[in-house]
Design a binder for this molecule. Structure first.
Ligand code: NAP
Length: 248
């Protein structure tokens, strides 16, 4: 049976690195994105040039109808899903909680929490033996922020990632006897464009001195942990977390 992986938010950063590694390991990869079609198509072209199979699929994961369409498109293109990587995530400008308005909170929770839940639901409906599925794996991309709290930067984002951790723990127990494993990675500071959304593109340079390994991480280093959790090498691992954070 083909191994089929959906990676949300795979047009750049950790998602794009995961897509390229997954394709090299033989997965047919759905490269989901929200706005940046040309970046997503560039990821697909790079995979195809390497001999792999990939498809770019637009969908805002915070919108239920778009999530349903994403999964249906992948059903038709590649057949039954075997792995979901719940990777898409956003943060907004650094500020203390005292300055956060409700619009920001709604956006941050809609993508990071509701989006992860909706995608996990669609994955379980396809993978779980209780739904006549063959089993599978879900890997959630949380953050060290869930444990550190991100004070004065984005406590909202940290709280949303703590919800992703609870989703990982709870769902892993719900579907453990249905052939579906659910795990998470918690990246530390990784060199991607996400820091620009927080208003500090060079954040990695500022905070790296506080990382025991004294450097930021690369997206490819997170991708390795994601691919291991997704693989049969992790066959007895569920409800687990791998911190990919240089010792932070
Ligand atoms: P990034 O470079 O900002 O990339 C984010 C990706 O998510 C893009 O492909 C973006 O697509 C997509 N996306 C955003 N909102 C979306 C939505 N509503 N629906 C579908 N796709 C959406 O981020 P990254 O640093 O690689 O982060 C990936 C994951 O790792 C996130 O969950 C993030 O919270 C987590 N993380 C990152 C770090 C870090 O230091 N970089 C640390 C801890 C955790 P478009 O460009 O098309 O909008």
């Amino acid at each position: 049976m083909d191994q089929v992986m959906i990676i949300t938010g795979a047009s750049r950063g950790i998602g794009a690195a995961t897509a390229q590694l997954a394709a090299r390991q033989g997965y047919a990869v759905a490269v989901n994105y929200r706005h940046d079609q040309s970046a997503a198509e560039a990821v697909v072209r790079a995979i195809e040039a390497d001999g792999g199979r990939a498809l770019a699929v637009a969908a805002d994961i915070s919108v239920e109808a778009e999530v349903m369409q994403l999964f249906e498109t992948v059903d038709r293109a590649f057949g039954r899903l075997t792995v979901l990587v719940n990777n898409a995530g956003i943060l907004e400008r650094q500020m203390p909680v005292a300055q956060m308005d409700s619009g920001r909170l709604a956006r941050v929770f809609a993508v990071n929490v509701q989006g992860a839940f909706l995608c996990a639901r669609e994955a379980v409906r396809r993978m779980s033996t209780a739904h006549e599925g063959p089993g599978g794996a879900i890997v959630n991309v949380s953050s060290m922020a869930a444990r550190l709290g991100a004070p004065n930067e984005y406590v909202d984002y940290a709280a949303a990632k703590a919800a992703v951790d609870a989703l990982t723990t709870g769902l892993s127990k719900e579907v453990a006897a249905q052939g579906v494993r659910v795990n998470a990675v918690r990246p530390g500071v990784i060199r991607t464009d996400i820091h620009a959304s927080g208003g500090e593109p060079d954040r990695v340079e500022r905070v790296k001195a506080a990382v025991p390994m004294q450097r930021g991480g690369e997206p490819e280093e997170v991708a390795e942990a994601i691919l291991w959790l997704a693989s049969d090498k992790a066959s007895y691992v569920t409800g687990s977390f791998i911190d990919v954070a240089g010792g932070r």
